[in-house]
Design a protein around this ligand. Structure first.
Ligand code: UD1
Ligand code: CA
Length: 474
């Protein structure tokens, strides 16, 4: 059984109304000054993907009918970097507050829609947390995502009456002494029917300490209009944490990585240290696989069962079969590796490589765009490029395919059960036929015939009585 860590989803969710017209508005117009970066904040990567990319993935997972992205600062850069067809890009030229930001998107939101507000700089929010929020809005309620902490400094506070009903949100800067004691805070995430939201937004004023149009002021209006207001809490507090500086970015990176590690361990993978694993993409791993410390997985990586990966490996876009052993310090990229293969330590597998089952690739071996047939061995200090190698081949230490003439790349073909002596150069294009043997040190420029011994070697001579030179006197 395999488990995809890209989809940490609960199975108990019952899909909301399939007829629901879900419009998601993502606020991402803030300047991100505290990042101190020429890159817009929402483009900074978390687990190798822009913050905004995480939010868009969640919007996609919720099956939004339409996503509206409110952008401001660095908008062109954001648009160029985010490849998400079908997004409604909405410019908010001046940042006049969260309410004002949402207003910019409303002309493209129909009255029958359910609106969900997300944030471009709050990347870890989970689908499972948002679903009940959306369900409230689908039920004509105003759904707020709130959380409780010891110290809610800086956040908007949730005001409730004696019956525990929500009556409004007061921003930290506008709160009085008593309100500042409230520990339930507004995460900013909310959902409600579009027609209600439109009316409330039209009534907003900026008469507050920050001179901004607060989205949070819709809550008191909902109360006045007798619209039911209900709060939902996030599955985990980290889901609602935003990124304002690089320290917070690093903290959320660790949270995200810990979640990946936990999911892997629960699915039957041993991690020698869950704090020293980085997954930057989609990783699936079979049962009873062990991953040692400091491994980085990028892109789409599929690892079979009973695999052992040694410390300090970099693995990108790789498919590894069952029972593979990767020893320490290997770099594997864009390759397919068959069952029972053994790689490393210190091996580099480059794009376009296919290692068949039970192959061995040893230390200081580089393999590029080559097929290595079943059971073949390249154990020491070799470069194999643009090569088609059959089964049961043995490549001696220090063998090099000379695949490049300075202008073009050429192919080397090595037949089944060939034996290549150490320190051989195969000057491509060239072929070693099945069962051929090459003597050590051969520089092969012509076909090595099937089953024969071929070698190119200067005749060994001994000059008897030869004396070593000695240093002259000064
Ligand atoms: C907001 C909430 C506060 C909540 C907090 C949670 C309001 C008025 N307050 O406060 O109750 O506790 O978030 O973090 O909503 N943005 C725009 N355009 C704007 C202003 C903001 O796109 O004109 C975006 C920002 O990029 C950011 C988000 O909205 O992603 C929140 O804005 P921010 O200024 O950080 O709101 P807070 O003051 O933190
Ligand atoms: Ca904020």
């Amino acid at each position: 059984m395999t488990y995809s860590v890209d989809r940490i989803e609960s199975t108990q969710f019952n899909q909301t109304d399939p007829d629901m017209n879900l419009h998601i508005i993502i606020l991402a117009a803030g300047q991100g000054t505290r990042m101190r970066s020429s890159l817009p904040k929402v483009l900074h990567p978390l687990a190798g993907r822009p913050l905004l990319g995480h939010v868009l993935a969640t919007a996609h997972a919720l099956q939004a009918n339409q996503v509206h992205l409110v952008y401001g600062h660095g908008g062109d850069q954001v648009r160029a970097a985010i490849d998400a067809p079908g997004i409604d890009w909405v410019e908010q030229a001046e940042q006049l507050g969260t309410g004002h930001a949402v207003m910019q998107a409303m002309p493209n939101v129909p009255d029958d829609a359910v609106v969900l507000i997300l944030y471009g700089d709050v990347p870890l929010i989970q689908k499972t947390t948002l679903e009940p929020l959306v369900a409230l809005a689908a039920d004509s309620k105003l759904g707020l995502l709130t959380a409780v902490v010891e110290d809610a400094t800086g956040y908007g506070r949730i005001c409730r009456n004696a019956e525990h009903q929500i009556t409004g949100i007061v921003e930290h800067k506008d709160a009085d002494e008593a309100q500042l004691q409230i520990r339930e805070f507004n995460t900013g995430f909310l959902a409600c029917p579009a027609n209600l939201l439109r009316g409330w937004l039209n009534n907003l004023s900026n008469d507050n300490s920050q001179g901004e149009y607060y989205l949070t002021d819709i809550v008191a209006q909902a109360r006045q209009d007798d619209v039911a207001i209900e709060a939902v809490m996030p599955g985990q507090l980290e889901e609602v944490l935003g990124v304002n500086n690089r320290q917070q970015l690093a903290q959320l990176e660790r949270v995200y990585q810990r979640w990946q590690a936990d999911a892997l361990m629960l699915s039957g993978v041993t991690l020698n240290d869950p704090a020293r694993l980085d997954v930057r993409g989609e990783l699936t791993v079979g049962q009873d696989t062990t991953i040692d410390v400091n491994c980085v997985f990028e892109g789409r990586v599929e690892i079979g069962a009973n695999v052992s990966i040694g410390p300090n490996c970099y693995v990108k876009n790789i498919k590894l079969g069952d029972g593979v052993t990767v020893l320490a310090n290997c770099v594997l990229e864009d390759a397919v590796i068959g069952d029972g293969a053994r790689i490393g330590p210190f091996a580099r597998i480059r794009p376009g490589t296919l290692l068949a089952a039970n192959t061995h690739v040893g230390n200081f071996v580089e393999i590029k765009k080559s097929t290595i047939g079943e059971g073949s061995k390249v154990n020491h200090l070799s470069y194999i490029g643009d090569t088609e190698m059959g089964k049961g081949v043995n490549i001696g230490a220090g063998t090099i395919t000379c695949n490049y003439d300075g202008a073009n790349k050429h192919k080397t073909i090595i037949g089944d059960n060939a034996f290549i002596g150490s320190d051989t150069q195969l000057v491509a294009p060239v072929e070693v036929m099945a069962g051929a043997t090459l003597g050590a040190g051969t520089t092969l420029t012509k076909t090595a015939p099937e089953g024969e011994l071929t070698l190119s070697r200067a005749k060994q001579i001994t000059i008897s009585g030869w004396k070593r030179p000695v240093k002259g006197k000064k």
